[in-house]
Every structure is written in C-alpha cells, then in structure tokens.
Design a protein around this ligand. Sequence first.
Ligand SMILES: [Zn+2]
Length: 408
Amino acid sequence: MAEGPDTGGPSRAERKAFEKAKILQRESERNIFRLVGRVLKKPEAERTEEEAAVLARHRDTVDELCRRQVRRNVLKRKQEEVFDDAEELRCKVRQLASAIKQANHLVVYTGAGISTAASIPDYRGPNGVWTQLQKGRTVSSSDLSKAEPTLTHMCIKMLHKEKMVKHVVSQNCDGLHLRSGLPRDALSELHGNMFIEVCTSCSPVMEYVRLFDVTERTSLHRHGTGRRCSHCGSELRDTIVHFGERGTLEQPLNWRGAAEAAKMADVILCLGSSLKVLKKYACLWCMNRPVGKRPKLYIVNLQWTPKDDLAVLKINGNCDDVMSLLMKELNFQVPVYDRVEDPIFSLATPLRPGEDESHTREVIAPLDGQRNCPVNPGGPAEEPTAVQGGWFGRGYGKGRKKKKKTVA
Ligand SMILES: [Zn+2]
C-alpha cells in the first residue's frame, strides 16, 4: 500500500515515529502495572509514602489489578474439590432419598465422576484427563480396559429396576452403564460408547458390540475403525462424539430418549458431572419453562458446577459414598457387579476370522483367568503406552507424538 507523495497521508518517517510512540506507551503501561502490582503485594502497613503515592496516582491500574485477582480467586475456587463433612453428607442424602421416593419421573445425568472409582480418569478433576494433558503429562491406558461398573453404576441400575429411575443420560463413553445391566432403552450415551462400532452404509444402521475398545485408531473427524461390515463390506466407524462434533447416530446416543425423559422429568439427579458440556444441551434442562415448572435439580459433585445456583440441593461428595448412604436410606442392598452377568457378552459380535489382529486392546473375558487377549501373538509386545484411543483427549495434547502402528 504505497502512498504517493501527493496523497497528503503521513510520510514514512511520521508513521515510524507514530509506531514508536505506541510501543513506548505500551512499555510504560506495562511498567506501571508491574510497579503497582509489586506495591499491592506488600501489606498496607509496610508500604512507604512513596509507594502509597504510586497507588493514589494510578487508581485505574489498581482497580484493574484487583478485578483480575478476584477473577483468579473465583476460578481457583471453582476448581477446588469440596467435601461435605460426614454429618452434613448424611443429612443431605436423607433429603435426596425423600426426593427420590416422592419423584414421579426421576432422570439421572452422569459424568466422568461416577467412573473414577473404576480407574477411569475424569476430565476436569485434579487427576483428570484434561488437567493432566494440560500439564503436559500422559495418561496410562493400562487401567482403562480393566474398568468395571462401579457401585454407583450398579445402584443406578437397581434404582431403574425398582422403577425409581426412569432414564439415564450419560456423557461417558466407557460403556459401564450398559455393562451394569441397565437396559438400552433406558440409556442415552450422548457421546458414544467405546465398545460399539457401526455400519452407517447399512439401513438400518448395523451395530457391532465388541469386547474391546474399538477407538484406538479413531480421532476427531476420523471415525473409521479399520474393520468392515459383514453385510455390505463398508468400513465400520466408532460412535464417539468428540468436542466440536455433532452426534447424529440414533444409537447409542439415543437423543430422542434423553429429550423425552427430560420433558417428563420432575426430578433430575446429576452425578459426577461438571455439567459444563451438558448445560449446553438446552433440551435437557427445560429452560423454556417458568422457573417453578422446571424439574427439581439435585447435584452430586466435588467441584463447582454452573447449575449449582439452580439446584435444590448440592451434595459435595464422592458418588460412591453418596450412593451407598442413599441405599441405606432407601433400605436397599448395594448390588454387586458380577462379570458373569455382564450383558456385553451376549451383546457382542465376535470378530471374523482374520480380524483378531485388527486391534491391540485388551479383551474383556467372561471369567478371571480367561482374561487377556491374544492380540498380536508373536508380534512385538505393546509397551504400556499413553492412551491414544479416540474416546478422549486425542488431538488435544499437541506435543504428544506417537508412532503410528500399521495393521496387518
Ligand atoms: Zn454395512
């Protein structure tokens, strides 16, 4: 954009001087911020007269720095895990039990916090996947394949059997609700299920439940699992919905079931979810109704959630602790997970000959002793690596480079 000498615009020298002045101005502002910040850190009584004068001279900077500090404190508080003491917990669970008994249509929303006892990391807790990846750490995959439904999963399944819970909406991909024995029509896995791959070329969509994590080669916008549909030969895809993607599969997402449940709900119980993602799904919260006509909200979570202010009751406790207290209040025995009864074994489609080597993940076996898998017989043993599966985190940690494994 050369300017001719006759345009009357600023000359090159003038422009340079202007730019330089701007830089100096910014530099001086930075210095003031630094100076004021240093003075503010000192206790008031220890400030010299000169320092007090600095603060008086730069009132705006002082205000801005104080506002920033407040914002930082709020953010920090929201990330802290808070635990109610034993007595408070008991008292709150009693209230929850009575709400559950009186509810006509109780719907449960669950997040990663209900699976932490199964060694599946949550997302935003102190040891959560996002927190770890943000710190540049990796997450071990060895635990994930050994995960089994937790006490909370089993209690939810039982409450459904007792007709106290009508529907479960989960943002977890770990498949543990299904494996607890909760019927599929009572479940919406909004972000998919790591054990399910589907053929979308077939109509209706063909579903293949597997006994291993099908997502090891998938990631954001890349859902092909490498295996093929036995009906039409098209490549199968996982069912995972990544951050930024729109889930369109009817199953296992079951959005229709989730929306209908929310419409009917008079009580919503949120367990172990930060609700940061769930709150964006407007149809789950009946926000178009007047406040008094919305479902009553009960939240169990250790950290702050954006729905806390709208909740009738916020319980700051571990989901498993709360659920076992709840079972006592309701006079139910805590049900125990038994792998022999895990429905995944009857749902699963066996791999076809030649497909055994299409994955390297541990296979769930019906009985101890038979567990573990035959993958890569004779091939190089897989070292305990960081998770590279598509069901979380993939593509998030920029620095993490993995060697690509080729599949025979
Ligand atoms: Zn097909």
